[in-house]
Design a protein around this ligand. Sequence first.
Ligand SMILES: *Cc1c(COP(=O)(O)O)cnc(C)c1O
Length: 734
Amino acid sequence: MLLILLASMALFLRLERRAKDQMELYKDQFPGLPSRISRLEELAFNLWWSWHPEAKALFHMLGGNGAEFRAQNPVKLLHDLDASVLEAASRDPRFLRRFDAVMARFDAEMNAYGSWFYSKVADPGKYGIAYFSAEYGLYHSLPFYAGGLGFLAGDFLKECSDLGVPLVGIGFMYPEGYLHQKVASDGWQMNESEILDRKHAPISRVLDENGQPLTIKVPIIELPIYFEVWKAQIGRVPLYLIDTDIEDNFPWNRGMSARLYIGDPEQRLIQEIILGIGGTQILRALGIKHSILHLNEGHSAFAILERIREKVERGLSFREAAEQVRSTTIFTTHTPVPAGHDVYPFALMEKYFGSYIPLLEIERDRFFRLGIDPASPDAGFNMTVLALRMSSYCNAVSKRHGEVAAAMWHHLWQDDPGDRTAIDYITNGVHVPTWTDSRIGSLFNRYLGPNWLADHDNPSIWELMDDLPAEELWRAHRLLKMIMIAVMQERARERWMEQADPNIILASGVMFDPNTLTLGFARRFASYKRASLILQDLTRLNAILNHPKRPVQIVFAGKAHPNDNSGKQLIQQVFNIARDPTFGGRIAFVEDYDVELAQYLVHGVDVWLNNPLPPFEASGTSGMKAAMNGVPHLSVLDGWWIEGYNRRNGWAFDCDFSRNSDLDDSKELYTILEEKIVPLYYRRDNSGIPQEWITVMKESIKSAVPNFSARRMVKDYALKFYQQALRYSNGQKQ
Ligand SMILES: *Cc1c(COP(=O)(O)O)cnc(C)c1O
């Protein structure tokens, strides 16, 4: 046992050291930092601080509270602070006590050896997991995301850090990818892109052995494309980011990693070559050996080919190499929506892979067959098909999505009845320390005991929720609701100062009242999410909203993809109703939905509304974030809610496929609101507390935290997939 421990320790250290040699650039960015507190720099560059309230508080002590801090990040804070403030902090015993306590915890948590993964899963002597994703949602100072897929990946990395899973992430930096949303006075979405300020973001440039920026040439693209590599540190987990915006590139190639999901197929193909093949080369350049490849959605599936090519280069046949790679590859599919599955014309594939195919030592036909969907063989080369065929472990992201994905793809294995992969499922989860508000967290500390966070996927702890006094939960929730409304009003004030049209101000929730039952609907405005379902019958809706005794208000937020006009029309429809005085200011559309606004909304509304057209919501995660904070879910039975709903923790309505009509579905929604939700919310005891409502809130927390946490999810991946794949890999010569 001891030997095993030592061996794994040695290997882990080697991996760490190797990685460290090459990226100490962030060191000494702050020469003015007094030596007693010089490790603040390390802390600022590690996103670990963002899910540890005590570390956050440390930076607050330096930088003051409120908006000023929110808009910043600790790296920027350390850049901007006066030397005298830091000097004073380094002599302030109160600050130093906290600093030492935070650093002690940081050091303990950065050490992987006592972690869950090392004690429960890993065989020693292995190198770990390379995780590829086209987007990551981590924090608002690192805007590398479009939506739910990105947050899933970000939460995944954070939880891998917490559990000690030896994982490295690969992705894009998207320096121009962040689009701020503003709505014109006619309700049409306008985008303003924000350029990432690399100097002040918590990322550091990766250097090569000569101290120069590590530069990688993407193979197989004729007019060469180069990229530099940056690193974000997520607790124990490094995330390497590709940046093509460098001088070595032709101007038209500099933007290749500038934005998410380019629309033009050829550009998009190049982007995915950069991610899959270029990303694999990062690992090679840094000497990061990995036993397992995990693809978060199909965008990065070319990484499979590059891993095979490396093995063929070392002398294996294509067959052997493919078998090894397949047995150690995990593929997670995230959506049944067609736009989520890239298909490239064969001519384009030929253009880029013509010279690559021989390197795999495989015939052209066989190569193309890897990506052909037998159901539509002429459509082109399908990235999802490639990933499904070449991964032994495939999963969907909820039970229902598992069934849908299996039905979508079962024909892939028709001619090949062997033991080919079925599509399993691992239901998504969200990172509990990130998404539970600290005020709710302190109630948990008090009533569930100090171990609740360390052991939060253990359902028995959550039975103690019954001991939490209803008034205290209600008080905490009301505070969060008032904070949310204050934030909406603050945003409106800022818009007013830019001489915005009064309609925009009226539509932004300035009339909101904290005593009114508040529904929240915030997510991307993709058509299948049906933002306007609740607007189908405006007369009936108005009667609900403006009921004389039991009013209701609704806050909407969300962006449409810049090329998605139907999504923009939905926003316009919501906006026009929000500014219409008939509704008495009880509908709001808040601009620029992002991770920061999401935090306020999922904590601050009373009910989280979700009404996609089944079966298109593969999982959905915003409802989990809300539920953990005592905001019950009102949702159609789709995605995670099929597993999550237990009749006590929220509300469900079924959408009848046979009628498949928004109007009929909306009637179900109105009826639940009128008959169940509104009366329950306004039923108060003598001290004005809605006891029965609070019981639903508690049930919501109790059922969501243990089952829909990223902890449960990552443990599932580790025990179902990583463990087996590692075992296989242990049996192979590397
Ligand atoms: C969680 C989250 C999402 C995903 O929400 P869904 O309910 O899955 O659509 C999107 N955007 C932000 C900012 C989030 O925090």
